[in-house]
Design a protein around this ligand. Sequence first.
Ligand code: SF4
Length: 356
Amino acid sequence: MTETDEVASRLLAWYDRHARILPWRLPPDPGRTGARADPYRVWLSEVMLQQTTVAVVRDRFIRFVGCWPGVADLAMAADAEVMAEWAGLGYYARARNLLACARAVMRDHGGEFPRTRAALLSLPGIGPYTAAAIAAIAFDAPETVVDGNVERVMARLHDIRTPLPSAKPALVAAAAGHVPRHRPGDHAQALMDLGATVCTPRAPACGLCPLAPCCLGRARGTAAGLPARVAREVRPLRLGHVYVGQRADGAHLLETRPARGLLGGMTGWPGSDWAEGMATPAPPAPGLWHPLNAEVRQVFTHFRLHLAVHVAHLPPDCAPLRGAFVPAAEFSAGALPGVMRKVWLLARQWFAGEPG
Ligand code: SF4
């Protein structure tokens, strides 16, 4: 683009007044002081934000960097501690990649994140979007950073009516056309902020938008319906069983899930595989198991899961067939992945003597 691109100029002027204050960011840099955000914090926030909202990530990010303030600290962390801290943020493969990436930065790059998109792409778990975001935000490189917010703004601004995902190349090209040579990192964050706070999915606040005079979608009345999407297929349903066993001393029977696959390496209640139909599998320990009436439901990216929950008081001398007892003092429901925590919330009502 040229230095006089009206969209970029309007956007930067708006960002200087309305930038969101986020714990991984520095304020806008209109004076070109050269101060840039810490690439470790940018990287971490982008990985967290791929899975959940800013509102959730804000506190989790602060806690995470409280535990591991820099990439060297994270590289030396115990895997299990990081996985436990990640609990509830979903997509646990990303937590494993986080560790692998921190260790690669220490081993192969002397503890400094590389500065270019291409070099960032060579790190574990960093894809094209994250590489572009780090290069732009932390190193002020003129990269085109396109997340869902930016796709929406571009579809509306240019009235691109082709449905997603086919529209992606056109949306990226549109976004690339506005990347300025001056302050590209702030421009990238400004677009994200505009999409998150003004050009929102259901009701774009065009009256507050700095791009309103240039926006084709607004002028033609198409904005609210963009970006168009092809109808999403219904996710298939998978079924499974889980067993929540508690000993009289309060210890819980838990197991570490296999390293590969969904929730790999995380702690969970023993149970069955998740499949489209299945018989009740053998319990993980001898005992009087009681099926609860309610079930736990969770939606994953590629399927919906309904879990039948079985509970039991287990004897003091119980010898489990799988898993191991975790003493009550070491048990933390918050360290379980989200679906397993839901199981616990249901099961503990039964242990507390409420009907299940
Ligand atoms: Fe979005 Fe409205 Fe701004 Fe266009 S004018 S970019 S539709 S908020």
